[in-house]
Design a protein around this ligand. Structure first.
Ligand SMILES: [Cu+2]
Length: 124
């Protein structure tokens, strides 16, 4: 059975009895867009001038941190204080190192060559 909304009379009554509202609540437009998984959840750290910049980054669980090495040939490493992650042990002078952090927590790390270079990754 097809109900035409334009009519009045018994058709409208049937519509009312059936609890059907033609063109009732207008369909909401596409305004909702949740944060895309995997997107926009990374942080960048620059390894330069004997420092990690910024020294503290926060990412959501499953997010990624990308370190970029650019210190004029001075080698640095990204080494977890608790050895849960680390870049090449002999240091990097260029390029990037990246890691995905699946579990929430605070991850302290340092540079094996320059003990004063210390920073943290916080995963929420
Ligand atoms: Cu270093």
């Amino acid at each position: 059975m097809v109900i035409h909304c334009g009519r009045v009379g018994w058709t409208a009554l049937v519509v009312a009895l059936l609890g059907t509202a033609c063109g009732g609540p207008s369909s909401s437009s596409t305004s909702s867009s949740a944060a895309s998984p995997g997107g926009g959840s990374s942080a960048a750290v620059l390894v330069k001038n004997l420092a990690f910049t910024p020294a503290a980054v926060t990412i959501p669980a499953g997010g990624k941190v990308v370190w970029t090495f650019d210190d004029g040939g001075v080698p640095h490493s990204v080494t977890s204080d608790t050895d849960v992650f680390g870049s090449a042990p002999n240091g990097l002078t260029s390029g990037t190192f990246e890691r995905v952090f699946a579990k929430p927590g605070t991850y302290a790390y340092h540079c094996d060559f320059h003990p004063q270079m210390q920073a943290t990754v916080t995963v929420r």
